[in-house]
Design a protein around this ligand. Structure first.
Ligand code: PBG
Length: 310
């Protein structure tokens, strides 16, 4: 009766990884219990999500190695894995589930960086923003509901917002990865999208320093000003103070991403017999609600939604 916060399956956004082929389920070693699915199998996942009351999926492609190039052109191919998956889910499920698509170049380039790089490997902001606009329009054209730029380039939210308006997609939303930290917790994800082996250097020239929090508020303010409909804080558990500050400071939905390394950490503790999965997962997700998150991206979404059903 006196509980202040509640968790429901409608709070959960379920990240799913796409791979090529048909009938494929490819387990991901560094994310035990999570797989890459071919497009036909993604449809089945989407149907299960709907049955469980999950309202949104976040899609990430593992692009075939021979389609990764210096300029990441595959990101703008209307028939790339991401667009195939969006169209397949939309034609099978209509608007019964939302589709959130990641905008960044790392699944499409040869170096695993989120942007285009110069000869010294330095990420070029403005050239990258132009490529991100093409990628975002490509996803909107395929039927994405929410565009989620995760690249952290300056000025990309406003440029993408304008392009969506001018090209007939005024109702497509933008969830900005506004406060995204350069983090040690992304390792298993890079394995999942196939960029870990090829990533050179780090992402510290565009992702945030874990020592900063005022900077996160400035990033969020800029993205809201440029037209973001909602914002994200990422990773989740080490940054609950940022979720709380963003929630208190701005009247906009704020989402937390419980990232791959957080998921893997919980699963490793469970596998080692050190923790109870159900209790640990619920406590961690309730932490996000308590901090003020409107919703949570979590690889445990299906697991939690199944438990909530009973
Ligand atoms: C990259 C992107 C990353 C994640 C989501 N989008 C990784 C990175 O910035 O290197 C991480 C998600 C996770 O670890 O679960 N565009």
């Amino acid at each position: 009766m006196v509980r202040e916060n509640h968790l429901s399956s409608a709070d959960l956004i379920w990240p799913l990884f796409i791979t090529s082929g048909t009938g494929v389920e490819e387990p991901i070693d560094s994310l035990p219990g999570v797989s890459r699915w071919s497009v036909d199998n993604i449809i089945l996942q989407a149907k299960e999500a709907i049955a469980l009351g999950i309202t949104c999926l976040a899609l990430f492609p593992n692009t075939q190695a021979d389609k990764r190039t210096h300029d990441g052109a595959e990101s703008a191919n209307p028939d790339n894995l991401m667009c195939q998956a969006i169209r397949a889910i939309k034609s099978a499920c209509g608007d019964d589930i939302g589709i959130l698509t990641d905008v960044a170049l790392d699944p499409y380039t040869r170096n695993g960086q989120d942007g285009l790089v110069d000869d010294d490997g330095y990420v070029l902001n403005d050239e990258t923003v132009a490529a991100l606009v093409d990628q975002a329009l490509n996803q909107a054209q395929a039927g994405a509901d929410i565009i989620a730029p995760s690249d952290m380039m300056d000025g990309r939210i406003g440029t993408i917002r304008k392009a969506l308006e001018m090209n007939g997609y005024p109702n497509v939303q933008i969830m900005a990865y506004a406060a995204k930290y350069a983090s040690a917790f992304y390792g298993p994800f890079r394995d999942a999208v196939g960029s870990s082996g090829i990533l050179k250097g780090d992402k510290k020239t565009y992702q945030m320093d874990c020592a900063n929090s005022d900077e996160a508020l400035r990033e969020v303010a800029m993205d809201i000003d440029e037209g973001a409909d909602s914002v994200m804080v990422k990773p989740g558990m080490p940054y609950l103070d940022i979720v709380r500050r963003v929630h208190d400071e701005f009247c906009i939905p704020v989402y937390a991403y419980q990232v791959s390394g957080e998921y893997a950490m919980i699963e490793a503790a469970v596998a080692a017999g050190l923790a109870d999965r159900e209790a640990m997962v619920f406590e961690s997700l309730m932490g996000f609600k308590r901090a003020g998150a409107s919703g949570i991206l979590t690889y445990h979404a299906q697991y939690v939604a199944r438990l909530l059903e009973n």
